[in-house]
Design a binder for this molecule. Structure first.
Ligand code: SF4
Length: 262
């Protein structure tokens, strides 16, 4: 749910106040998130006012209108456990319908590195912990090769509930969950984020058409924090020949942290 009020453009183009391209981009980005949030609520029309769909009187699940009903608006600067408390037994998107357990994230709340994957799979949905299947075991080995234990880093996903049949999360689901990912990362304030796989990297860089190959191994930024895009461990299990490239990316992360290879 967008947190910033949409600004009105100046009424008089000659009054010396002009929208800069960057501000316009921000407004459009807010508008897009707003529309995606509505989609996540199952709305197919945008209500003119809370509770009433456009062009009709059918009630829809309207967005919350008070600060108490929009806890995600108060997330910035919160401790990780507060963010988890605010998320609660979230039903902000339809992924809540099929999940067994919400998978928030695990690890050190003061971690130097946050690993961000796509979404929980079957095993994660069952246990409530991210990256616990075969791909998770490989991620643990990658973390150990970097000289860390799993509990020293932080691991989470873009969306916190398992999409049915492990399909890609939909834009509205990502938009509904995004404030919590942002709040998690802001709370931890890591030195480096490692984006695991195409989908997570597309979400973090807000570019759904991005090919992983075009950014993998190249430093990017997410919310002012260094981001290293690399392969998802599940991809590495299917394509072991890519492990060398992934290791190169992780060594670049260690160098950025000023750490030596163990
Ligand atoms: S995916 Fe995120 S927004 Fe959707 S129900 Fe789960 S926690 Fe809530």
């Amino acid at each position: 749910m967008p947190r910033r009020a949409i600004q009105q453009p100046p009424s008089d183009p000659n009054d010396g106040v002009r929208l800069k391209a960057e501000e316009l981009r921000e407004i459009l980005s807010d508008l897009r998130r707003h529309l995606l949030w509505w989609e996540a609520q199952g709305a197919r029309r945008i209500p003119r006012q809370a509770g009433v769909a456009c062009g009709g009187s059918s009630p829809v699940h309207a967005p919350a209108t008070t600060p108490e009903e929009r806890p995600e608006e108060n997330l910035h600067g919160r401790a990780l456990e507060d963010v988890r408390r605010q998320l609660g037994e979230c039903r902000r998107c339809k992924l809540a319908e099929g999940r067994k357990k919400l998978v928030f994230g695990v690890g050190n709340p003061d971690a130097e590195i946050v690993f961000v994957g796509e979404a929980p799979g079957a095993e994660e949905d069952r246990t409530g912990e991210p990256f616990v299947g075969a791909a998770g075991q490989l991620l643990d080995r990658m973390i150990a090769a970097m000289g860390f234990e799993r509990g020293q880093v932080y691991i989470c996903n873009v969306v916190k509930c398992r999409p049915p049949g492990n399909r890609d999360p939909e834009p509205g689901e990502i938009a509904a969950c995004e404030p919590f990912l942002k709040a998690q990362i802001a709370s931890i304030s890591p030195k480096v984020i490692v984006g695991l796989g195409r989908f997570a990297v597309q979400c973090l860089l807000e570019d759904p058409s991005l090919a992983l190959g075009s950014v993998r191994g190249k430093w990017k930024r997410y919310e002012g924090i260094d981001l290293m895009p690399t392969f998802h461990p599940a991809n590495l299990l299917r394509n072991p020949a890519k492990k060398g490239a992934a290791w190169k990316d992780l060594k670049a992360v260690l160098a950025r942290l000023g750490r030596q290879l163990p």
